[in-house]
Design a protein around this ligand. Structure first.
Ligand SMILES: [Zn+2]
Length: 485
């Protein structure tokens, strides 16, 4: 490993054109000069003038030099599912009198510059204690932009205890832009930008890298965004996005404005990356999974099994068609076990064209296979059907099967229950009168349930039932623990 290149002057280091080096800068006359100039300015007569800070410029220039060095031609990397030219990046970490400097791929093919310095060169150092400072030409990458096996530079910077970061330019990869810096600020890291001259150089180093996003994905996002604007089911999208960053995120009703344009753009980028969405600028293609999970009316794109029952309507509101039907988008599945899957294929099973067999397959095979609940199949099936027939579809909330590492929870929304009724439900189970009698009839016709309400006690043997009030509705949840066998 070429870590032994040490210099005591910036000039000599830069002339070497090495992909990585160390500078013991305190002996460098150029550094001494910068230090003296800074001291002079500080004691000067203009306390309100913008500080030039020559010392920072000293390190910024080294970082820019490293970014200027050529990337190897073979370095293309997969960004957002496409093979792309990688960015030019230089990083300098100033620690204990030495500047540790590296470009991209300095030691290992494809390694980010920040990684090279923080891991390869400074792997054992306690950076927190001595107040190390990082100068990077490009905004550090984010969790969302890396595979789950790689630590992003932003997280690495935070983990290593660096409290001050200088950034040369923003990364316009939609999975990074502004979010790397945002994450640092969130963690209380001081973030500064390079001086305008150096910042410009950083931006121009990556002109062609940047163009790849602005020509490609940005256009695609624009196209799918326009296409989906009135089709998305906002609570689902919002839940998914929040679940991405917070495993404890709870379902709540949300509109487009609750999500924010940044999160929405990231959502589109991720869906494009995973192949759920694509567009040639004129037409858009949606995967079935995407349609079922995130559209208000998936039947526009996927042949759905239409649940035949009536939507309860507000009698006072004129113009309501009491025979309005609801499509099969009533079930949405979200994984909270950290897997990327939307589990939408499960929804597809239930939305298949042959209701009885598909519904049966859905509950008996797919869910249980996923959740390993084979032994106590009947109570689970009972709870799933109960959720279906007792759900308050008027609430606009979907029925949610929350699949977790330690089990599965089935939640549905009910009209606001009194405290007493809620207690009865928790202790005894659902009332035998279904809120959706026609759906009940349908399930009975398919031979999936018996009308009597038998099996309720069996649910309570295995699952815990809870009722919580939420925005004028009661959310009923049956939580089943995972079975080990
Ligand atoms: Zn990175």
């Amino acid at each position: 490993m070429s870590m032994s290149h040490k210099f005591s002057s910036k000039k000599a280091a830069i002339e070497s054109e090495l992909p990585s080096f160390e500078i013991a800068f305190e002996k460098d006359p150029e550094y001494q000069d910068a230090l003296a100039k800074d001291r002079e300015e500080q004691s000067g007569q203009h306390p309100h003038s913008v500080k030039t800070c020559y010392v920072d410029s000293y390190f910024e220039e080294i970082a820019v030099h490293l970014g200027d060095l050529k990337n190897e031609e073979s370095e293309a990397e997969i960004v957002l599912g496409k093979k792309m030219e990688p960015p030019h990046v230089g990083a300098v970490v100033v620690f204990d009198g030495v500047a540790y400097c590296a470009k991209r791929s300095a030691f290992k093919h494809g390694d980010h510059a920040e990684h090279s310095v923080l891991d390869t060169m400074l792997g054992d150092a306690d950076l927190r204690e001595k107040g190390a400072v990082l100068y990077g030409t490009l905004e550090p990458c984010t969790k969302q932009s890396r595979s789950k096996w790689t630590t992003s530079c932003t997280e690495l910077i935070i983990a290593r205890g660096i409290r001050k970061v200088f950034v040369g330019s923003l990364d316009n990869n939609p999975l990074v832009e502004g979010q790397g810096i945002g994450r640092l600020l969130q963690e209380g890291v001081e973030v500064h930008f390079f001086k305008p001259g150096f910042a410009n150089r950083c931006r121009h180093q990556n002109d062609s890298f940047r163009a790849q996003f602005s020509n490609g994905l940005a256009k695609e996002i624009k196209a799918v965004g326009a296409f989906l604007r009135n089709r998305l089911d906002w609570p689902s999208v919002s839940f998914y996005c929040r679940r991405r960053s917070d495993a404890k995120a709870k379902w709540l009703e949300a509109g487009a404005e609750d999500l924010g344009s940044d999160a929405l753009r990231r959502f589109y980028a991720e869906m494009i990356e995973t192949g759920h969405l694509s567009s040639d600028g004129k037409t858009c293609e949606l995967s079935d999974d995407f349609s079922l999970c995130f559209l208000k009316d998936p039947s526009e794109f996927v042949s759905c099994y239409e649940v035949d029952f009536l939507r309860p309507v507000d009698a006072k509101s004129p113009g309501n068609d009491p025979t309005e039907r609801i499509g099969a988008s009533i079930i949405r599945l979200m994984a909270s076990d950290g897997s990327d899957s939307l589990l939408a294929s499960l929804a597809l099973k239930v939305a298949g064209r042959v209701p009885d067999s598909d519904l049966k397959t859905f509950v008996e095979n797919v869910l249980t296979e996923r959740c390993r609940l084979p032994k106590k199949m009947d109570p689970f099936k009972e709870a799933a059907f109960n959720a279906l027939v007792h759900h308050a579809y008027r609430s606009g909330s979907p029925i949610v099967f929350l699949i977790k590492g330690d089990g599965i929870a089935v939640s549905n929304c009910a009209a606001r229950l009194s405290k007493e009724d809620a207690l009865t439900l928790e202790n005894e189970g659902w009332p035998s009168l279904p809120a959706n009698p026609r759906l009940m009839q349908l399930l009975v016709n398919c031979g999936l349930v018996q009308r009597s309400g038998r099996g309720l006690p069996s649910i309570r043997e295995v699952a815990s039932i809870s009722v919580k009030g939420y925005q004028g509705w009661s959310v009923v949840q049956a939580a089943f623990p995972k079975e080990t066998k």
